[in-house]
Ligand binder design. Structure first.
Ligand code: G3H
Ligand code: 13P
Ligand code: ZN
Length: 309
């Protein structure tokens, strides 16, 4: 099974009322943890690489690690650029073997977002690569994605059809109240399902993407706090909300922070219990196992994409 695009995956996910997991990858242990879980659960998979991940690990290293995972697991795997900010990075990833790119033009005006997204779509489609766009802005702080609360804005449903038609984009990330990182809500978690439902009626059958979808699993936040970390108030998207989104038009659910938390909590615990360890394999193996557990739970109990190959 070679690296694939998400076209078939999204079609089946839309019709089946489930979503494909899109997990951010930065190194070998993360790729192994995710793909071993997907293999055991017979789940299609999207592995996504941010600009920060490419800076950290290098495009070729990540590409070759993912190719190794494809050989080892024989799973259909999409290799996707997460939050491409300009044409150049999308081109570089397309030329470098990715099967899917995101052009995140959400910081621009509606007109400029359409122009930029269409430029990427034209280049990508000529080469058999699919494109995700974004309308509306999520709040949140990550290495290469940094949006203040004041600059965040919900997607306007009335713009979606025009955007999809004029750009020819294959999927669309929308803003309905999620945000990147581990601090998503103060108080009750609220998502604008009314916006999602309206978009579903306006562009029926069209795959929608939910970013900022980590649940910020309390088990791992507690582990971090217990072993010397400091993350009071960390809060994510409740799993039942993700299940509801997956049952509607959301076909791709993005998860990064939960992986970071599982890895960090497990490594902190390991060092607290084994202060003399200095062999990276000793602390990276439990971290990889924690990622595998986490991803299995997502695939089966949240996304519903197990046994969908
Ligand atoms: O949406 C952003 C992802 O979590 C990637 O974060 O830019 O720190 O790699 P990063
Ligand atoms: P989280 O920070 O909620 O994991 O979101 C990740 C994401 O949207 C990557 O694009
Ligand atoms: Zn994102």
């Amino acid at each position: 099974m070679p690296i694939v695009t998400s076209t078939e995956m999204f079609k089946k996910a839309y019709e089946g009322g489930y979503a494909i997991g899109a997990f951010n990858v930065n190194n070998m242990e993360i790729i192994q943890g995710i793909t071993e879980a997907a293999k055991e659960e017979n789940a299609p998979l999207i592995l996504q690489v941010s600009a920060g991940a490419r800076k950290y690990a290098n495009h070729t290293y990540l590409m070759k690690l993912i190719e190794a995972a494809v050989i080892e697991t024989e799973l259909p795997i999409v290799v996707h650029l997460d939050h491409g900010e300009d044409f150049e990075i999308c081109k570089s990833c397309i030329d470098g073997g990715f099967s899917s790119v995101m052009i995140d033009g959400s910081a621009h005006s509606f007109e400029e977002n359409i122009r930029l997204t269409k430029q990427v779509v034209d280049y990508a489609h000529d080469r058999g690569v699919v494109v995700e766009g974004e309308l509306g802005r999520l709040a949140g702080v990550e290495d290469d994605v940094n949006v203040n609360d004041e600059d965040a804005s919900y997607t306007r449903p009335e713009q979606v059809q025009e955007f999809v038609e004029k750009t020819g984009v294959d999927s669309l990330a929308i803003a309905i109240g999620t945000s990147h990182g581990a601090f998503k809500f103060q108080g009750e978690a609220k998502l604008r399902f009314d916006i999602l439902e309206k978009i579903g009626r306006l562009v029926p059958g069209f795959p929608i993407v939910l970013h900022g979808a980590s649940s910020v699993i309390p088990e791992y936040v507690d582990m971090i706090n217990k072993y010397g970390g400091n993350m009071p108030g960390a809060q994510g998207v409740p799993e039942e909300m993700l299940r509801k989104a997956a049952s509607l038009s959301v076909c791709k659910i993005n998860i990064d922070s939960d992986i970071r938390l599982a890895m960090t909590g497990t490594i902190r615990k390991h060092f607290a219990e084994n202060p003399g360890d200095f062999d990276p394999r000793k602390y990276l193996a439990p971290a990889r196992a924690a990622i595998k557990d986490l991803v299995r739970n997502k695939l089966v109990n949240v996304l519903g994409c197990n046994n969908k190959i």
